[in-house]
Design a protein around this ligand. Sequence first.
Ligand code: PLP
Length: 415
Amino acid sequence: MSTLSADVVESPAAGLESPCSPALPERLESEPVEQALPDTPPRPAWIEIDLGRLKQNFELINRVKPAGLQILSVVKDEAYGHGALPVARTALACGASFLALSTLEEAVALRDRGVGARLLLLGDREEKELPWCLDYDLTCCVSEPHTVAVLGQLAARAGKRVAVHLKINTGMNRYGVRWNEAASLAALIGSTKSLLLEGMLSHFAQSDEVDKTFALQQLARFEQAKRDIAGLGLAVKVKHLCNSGGFLDLPQAHFDMVRLGILPLGVFPSSVCRRIPGIEPVMTVKARIVAIQDLQPGDTVGYGMRYTASSRRRIAVLGLGYGDGFPRVRNQGCVLVHGQRCPLVGGVAMDAVTVDITGVPAAQLWDEAVVMGRQGEDEISVHEVAKLKNSVSYDVLVSWRARLPKLYVNEAVAR
Ligand SMILES: Cc1ncc(COP(=O)(O)O)c(C=O)c1O
């Protein structure tokens, strides 16, 4: 914790009265003011993460899921921008049996911060990453024989039996062994004494749309691989195929575990997938009004003069911009001030967003605006922000930059 002492008004050394300095006020001489500063410098724009809501979302998921279905919490990319550690802790407290990360660094960071839970690394690993996986007790997905051989040798040398999950390509065509070749790789793993074929998985290319034709084809291929592997006499304890969309819409594909990323964060993967009532977004992006300008007709706003006032307008400046991950739009989108929608005017700058608050006469300097999330009765949804970016909710969640401080609320509720 940093402290600010009052050394700027330091009194002269005792007995050495300076002829030039006027006598300092009594209070400052006798009582140096010590002011404690928070750990991070304050900023009038921030991300609020409601851990109470996160817990509630996990509990709602637990309530609707079939008993015995395990949850893997996908906390890659800082749990989609929410902070990997607090989300991981909440997920585990709510009964998640695995966490998944994308990079070795992400997994090592969680281990170094005391997370002892099972960690699954999604994607394939380069050979030089494998000793780290062993050292940090990380579970790898394997897609090809070379990784099986190297990991097997490392595990044997360490005197360990290491669990792996067989990644099966059922149509996504990113990672994995093709479904009709999965059994031979499973046999290789099965014959490697230092490895345990604990899991088999695949990933849906499209699970949250109305048309489930391809998802059902992927499911059929996964089922075939499962039968082929069982035919070898290999028992695979943890079979998993579903992401959030699959969990919601394809109960026949649940198997032993589902991998949930976006749903516990309170965001439905699409506008058409099944809803679980009560699930609410965990992330809210807020910014204060840092300046107000009263415009006359004909006045313009911002770089390139992209907005011209047609009448007298009241314009608020919010202290965040595209440097914080806000989409770089012009005269598009809204924020909430006093629960009312206020349109963006002019272009979004690196550190400033300008909004028309003429319709909110009560709005004042330093009032809180909601850039993404709920305020009063209205909400700027992640999907609405995604439209501004011409992108998807996942991209919006991970795109808020680290320079926006994160404020965790309702932490005690989440424990
Ligand atoms: C392999 C895998 N499984 C599960 C997920 C979680 O997906 P969702 O956030 O839609 O639940 C992801 C996320 O991209 C993934 O890559």
